[in-house]
Design a protein around this ligand. Structure first.
Ligand SMILES: *[C@@H]1O[C@H](CO)[C@@H](O)[C@H](O)[C@H]1NC(C)=O
Ligand SMILES: *[C@@H]1O[C@H](CO)[C@@H](O)[C@H](O)[C@H]1NC(C)=O
Ligand SMILES: *[C@@H]1O[C@H](CO)[C@@H](O)[C@H](O)[C@H]1NC(C)=O
Length: 458
């Protein structure tokens, strides 16, 4: 929620990015299996793979290996403007394990937090490819459920292992924007509900205009363009706190925004999307003993996270009416915690009523409702969304919106302020990167299909 992925830019090589396809390192997507399930037919294995987002990649001139972007500035000679830059620069292939700490084994994906090779890499973001390996897998979530196993035991305060759906183009934008020759194969086309402006290439252009280097992140900056789209945060979590959060937009499909107009930024609620979302974080919703080490959902060991997207008429063409969560650990199904907040009923799922009551009880801005709420979120789900898996730290808000008291100036006894037990001075990215360099997250056993088809209990 607050400032989530905005302005973060997790790191990367002290090198660059572009939109042509480079060939210095062969781009070989790490294989990953998942299962497609039906109530009648059971589960069928899908042989797929993951691709690293373009923003992490080295980008160099197409004619050689001069950087197009170094540290946090563009090379003005080859990048005098966005279009020329996109034509002059190529995204190169990734050494997934060696440079980025990304590895797969069967149905499991592990993302290491800090990886030191020739450069230091921090965090990563990958997308699930379709089985033909030419486009991203599209998930139509309505009246379906999504399950995965996760081990968050090695994710301390300030870190976020995230699993979410973004309404990206499945070809990475290549067919809409002819300057984008790299496409899904090189992880292009990212967008989310924060309308991030730290993305180096958007709509086939480099984000050169107005590019301002970050004051605290040596590898990041922001340009005048941002890239917005509907986002369904199934899972944003560490070993202390977890949240499930729909973030609708007033637009459908990946949509560029312009700084000072409709990207948000200093006018947080002036963007095309809902930056806060309607979040269900068990701790924030009043059950402080449900999720954490040795708690009801014990974050000391692996568990299964199941999320159901129910519609008003129980069909895949209905209107999204409810987002339900349950967990499975050691063979036992664990129902979601119930809301325990003065003025709210004991909700255990996300519905329009829950969101209205939560915003009122917490005196939060109704940007969720103002951006079409579950209706717009459901329209995006009906159109298909791309699966994103990541690990990140937070240069904007130290992840305190997830795992601590936030805003830090508010009275933590007021409803909605406390979100987890992490200290209000935790989550500083520099400290997290040095103290928790060996942190990692493993996602495995991804399943998708009919309601009730992806999990069993002993
Ligand atoms: C910028 O690109 C030009 C043309 O390729 C190159 O000669 C120059 O060295 C580059 N500058 C930097 C700082 O990399
Ligand atoms: C949808 O399914 C639920 C749970 O099985 C049921 O309670 C409800 O009546 C159904 N709704 C419709 C419109 O069929
Ligand atoms: C609710 O929020 C508004 C706008 O942020 C603020 O002006 C008002 O004082 C808040 N009310 C309470 C009771 O906290």
């Amino acid at each position: 929620m607050f400032n989530k992925k905005a302005l973060t830019l997790f790191s990367l090589l002290a090198v660059a990015c572009g939109q042509q396809a480079g060939t210095q390192t062969a781009e070989t997507h790490p294989p990953l299996t998942w299962e497609s399930c039906t109530t009648a037919g059971g589960c069928t294995q899908q042989s797929s793979s993951v691709v690293l987002d373009a923003n992490w990649r080295w980008v160099h001139v197409t004619t050689g290996y001069t950087n197009c972007y170094t540290g946090n500035t563009w090379n003005a000679t080859v990048c005098p403007d966005g279009t020329t830059c996109a034509q002059n620069c190529a995204l190169d292939g990734a050494d997934y394990e060696g440079t980025y700490g990304i590895s797969t084994s069967g149905n499991a994906l592990t993302l290491n937090f800090v990886t030191n090779s020739a450069q230091k890499n921090v965090g990563s973001r990958v997308y699930l490819m379709a089985t033909d390996d030419t486009a991203y897998q599209s998930f139509k979530l309505l009246n379906q459920e999504f399950a995965f196993d996760v081990d968050v035991s090695q994710l301390p305060c300030g870190l976020n292992g995230a699993v979410y759906f973004s309404q990206m183009d499945t070809d990475g934008g290549a067919s809409k924007y002819p300057n984008n020759k790299a496409g899904a194969k090189f992880g292009t086309g990212y967008c989310d509900s924060q309308c991030p402006q730290d993305i180096k290439f958007i709509n086939g252009q480099a984000n050169v205009e107005g590019w301002a280097p970050s004051t605290d992140d040596p590898n990041a900056g922001t340009g005048d363009m941002g890239t917005c789209c509907n986002e369904m945060d199934v899972w944003e979590a560490n070993s202390i706190s977890a949240a499930v959060t729909p973030h609708p937009c007033s637009v459908q499909g990946q949509t560029a925004c312009t700084a000072g107009t409709n990207c948000g930024g200093t006018n947080r609620y002036g963007s095309l999307c809902d930056p806060d979302g309607c979040d269900f974080n068990s701790y924030r919703m009043g059950d402080t003993t449900f999720y954490g080490p040795s708690m009801t959902v014990d974050t000391g060991s692996k568990f299964t996270v199941v999320t159901q997207f129910l519609t008003n008429d129980n069909t895949t063409t209905g209107t999204l009416s409810e987002i339900r969560r349950l967990y499975v650990q050691n063979g036992q199904v664990i129902q979601n915690s119930k809301v325990n907040i003065p003025g709210m009923d004991a909700y255990d799922s996300i519905t329009e009523d829950f969101c209205d009551a939560q915003k009122a009880a917490f005196n939060d801005t109704t940007s969720f409702q103002n951006n079409g709420g579950l209706t717009n979120m459901g329209t995006a789900m009906g159109s298909g969304m791309v699966l994103v898996l990541s690990i990140w730290d937070d240069y904007a808000a130290q992840m305190l919106w997830l795992d601590s008291d936030y805003p830090t100036t508010a009275d933590p006894t007021q409803p909605g302020v406390a979100r987890g037990t992490c200290a209000t001075d935790s989550g500083n990215p520099e400290q997290v990167e040095s103290a928790s360099a060996s942190a990692s997250v493993t996602y495995s056993n991804i399943k998708f299909g009919d309601i009730g088809s992806t999990y069993t209990s002993n």
